[in-house]
Design a protein around this ligand. Structure first.
Ligand code: SF4
Length: 328
């Protein structure tokens, strides 16, 4: 006799407890689960990788940086408390996962969303909006709250037993904690971490970038994560390392003829600016780099500029307070 066809689900993994529990609840029905997670400059796969290895399921990591950034510039449902466009972001992830589901014969998509847990993105109308925007509405199962939600296609087809799904809602985490204990899940990050679009300082910088620069690309947003950002009176941006890791990363992020500035022979930050900078802009940037270095205020410093053209600029090191109002 032929074995019955295995039901296969593709579970979106954030790395948080809820998406782990969603997988476990479905595995209880002998459904074969594969995880999928996404990568952009704003969040990475690390949490999901740990979660998947704890659950012992395979995990797909999909880079959606380009499409996520385009969405982020003008999200249909707007932003949350910072620059997090959670409804559009979920829809994009589900659309991406949905295409893989279709191409590879998975039966449905699953998420760890819990009705009412987050004010903006997990209300019933928001979940409906995500379903519609993703284009895969009927195939999106939310096992932790499924009994409180509409029936999905895998339930209608008898591939998933609705009776064995859950009815969790609200912000309390008590039932999730109890389930985690039942399933022996011991390690999981606290909810809500991981996405820097929810962090106020980063969101301020991103807002500023979107309002002051056209054609923002992935390189621009990657740069936002590092160092101090100063906008010169001309509008040109200079990035100055705050710590050793910033300096290393800024050096790596310098493209082609971009200008890299360093004070000669003295510990201090790496500065980075676009190759198109004018001579006056480079001069000002050299003063800024010197100001943030270990050279004493008022003492002479030599700033080495490499990139489009190599040169040395001599400056009288100004106090860094002089540049405070240029900080973004
Ligand atoms: S918190 Fe970040 S990763 Fe999560 S849905 Fe919102 S924008 Fe997307």
């Amino acid at each position: 006799m032929d074995e019955p066809m295995k039901v296969r689900g593709l579970g979106l993994m954030s790395g948080g407890l809820d998406s782990m529990l969603a997988v476990r609840v479905l595995q209880d029905q002998q459904i074969e689960m594969t995880g999928i997670t996404f990568e952009t400059p704003f969040f990475g796969p690390e949490g999901a990788q740990q979660a998947a290895s704890q659950l012992e399921i395979p995990l797909r990591v999909v880079d959606i940086g380009e499409s996520h950034l385009e969405m982020l510039k003008n999200p249909k449902y707007g932003y949350g408390s910072q620059m997090n466009p959670c409804i559009d972001c979920h829809a994009l992830m589900l659309r991406t996962a949905g295409k893989i589901m279709e191409a590879e014969g998975f039966d449905f998509l699953a998420t760890g969303e819990v009705l009412g847990q987050r004010p903006m993105s997990q209300r019933k109308d928001a979940l409906k909006a995500v379903d519609k925007l993703s284009g895969y509405g009927g195939y999106i199962l939310r096992p932790l709250s499924a009994k409180l939600l509409w029936q999905t296609i895998p339930e209608e087809l008898g591939k998933v037993d609705r009776q064995r799904l859950l009815d969790i809602h609200g912000r309390s985490r008590k039932r999730q904690m109890a389930l985690a204990a039942d399933y022996g899940i011991k390690e999981y990050p606290s909810p809500g971490g991981g996405c820097i679009l929810t962090k106020a300082g980063f969101a301020d910088r991103l807002r500023d970038l979107f309002t002051t620069q056209e054609n923002v690309g992935l390189h621009d947003v990657e740069l936002l994560k590092w160092g101090r950002h100063l906008r010169l009176p001309s509008g040109r941006r200079v990035v100055v390392g705050r710590a050793h890791a910033d300096n290393v990363r800024l050096q790596e992020l310098a493209r082609g003829e971009d200008l890299v500035l360093r004070v000669k022979g003295v510990p201090g930050p790496t500065g980075l600016m676009a190759a198109e900078a004018s001579a006056q802009e480079v001069e000002l940037a050299a003063n800024i780099v010197a100001a943030y270095s270990d050279v004493e205020t008022g003492k002479k410093a030599v700033v080495e500029v490499t990139g489009k053209e190599d040169r040395k600029i001599r400056v009288n090191t100004p106090p860094k307070e002089e540049f405070r109002e240029l900080l973004v």
